[in-house]
Design a binder for this molecule. Sequence first.
Ligand code: ATP
Ligand code: MG
Length: 427
Amino acid sequence: MKLTNFFLPTKKEVPSEAKIVSHRLMLRAGLIRMETSGIYSWLPLGYKVLEKIRHIIEFQHLQKNINQMLMPTIQSSDIWIQSRRYDSYGEEMLRITDRNQKKLLYGPTNEEMITVLGKDYIQSYKELPLYLYHIQNKFRDEIRPRFGVMRAREFLMKDAYSFDIDKKSAEKTYELFFNLYLNIFNKMGLNIIPVRALSGEIGGDLSHEFHCLCETGESEIVVDTNILEPQKSESFSTFSNYYSSTIEYFEKSGIENSKLKVKKSIELGHIFLFGDKYSSSFDFKINSPSGLIFPYMGSYGIGLSRIPAACIEINHDEKGIIWPQQISPFDLIIINLRVKSELCVNFCNEMYDVCKNQNIDILFDDRDERIGVKFSEADLIGIPFQLLIGKRFEEDSVIELKNRKTGDVLEITEKEFLENYLKKIRQ
Ligand code: ATP
Ligand code: MG
């Protein structure tokens, strides 16, 4: 994408109600725009980040053969009356009446709908276990929407649902999602801590949240300082040498070492095993070797639209955002510092085409702008690598590759760039 074609409305000033750094930077770098309280548009740069996150989630779910689908955002109130959550959900639920006076609502979550769907299609235990998920907007009329997309009213969530024949099989499913979630957050370049949690409104007795540590976070978790080391997905398998499951590793090691600390954090995911709570409410029975039974169910959520904000909260400096490579909106930005030089223009265009052909997601600052503006905007939007083409290229055919995080600048030739550095830049 050429910056002359890209809609990147950066801002110098942001409203004073934007209190935390991620909210300010998301507004300043033109990622999001508030339409009304707690309701946001995702502008092209922000939307690209969201799509990178979506892609990681979809790819990882596909690896585990989890079916993707899409349920509607508007639900009938009838199913919520049947599960007895219509009243208990309270003021957070946005209730709507249609022209025929039928009561509808904008879904805050989908346990009811998926249970009714399951009841309609699943008859036998032979069809289980079954996993379904979708990525869909939710609406919760939060009492205090704040921190931008971190606590919004409309937000994008991935929610998966599982059906199993019994408790034992459901616990295996739960473990599968637990490990899947560690993997997903790891692929996003986030250090995540799984935390034992209360089930709250959803119900059930087994539940974990997935948190990243952050001083400005709204949550507080008790964490064993021994597991604060960066976690690599490869090492998860080694846990099973000592513990029967990854879940047990996180829970038992915390208790044994008792180096517990209270830390501020941000909740990015939450999984629940609620058993037959909904299948029994909806009288959803299936055939099994021991007669008719209520399937065991679980639900598994990730707050997609909260992730970019959490990521910025953790990865930034005084100049702006520093994206982890994995979810950066672009892999590389080429900056032409000499737009009047035919040599530089031609070379930039050539590099731009080469990168595109190599599937590098590239942004090309081809604007006729002051160099200072180009530098500060590139730092603000936080693409991990900047390729600078200017005076050094004109004089000595040297191109400069800048690392946004460290500020280090490598002076290299075109050949070195193409042979040694391109592959490191590609995600
Ligand atoms: P919180 O405790 O932050 O209010 P929750 O426990 O109500 O969240 P869940 O029902 O567990 O949320 O939803 C799954 C995920 O959706 C959460 O882990 C979080 O990442 C995200 N999420 C929940 N509420 C919001 C919101 N208001 N704005 C943005 N993301 C949200
Ligand atoms: Mg939660």
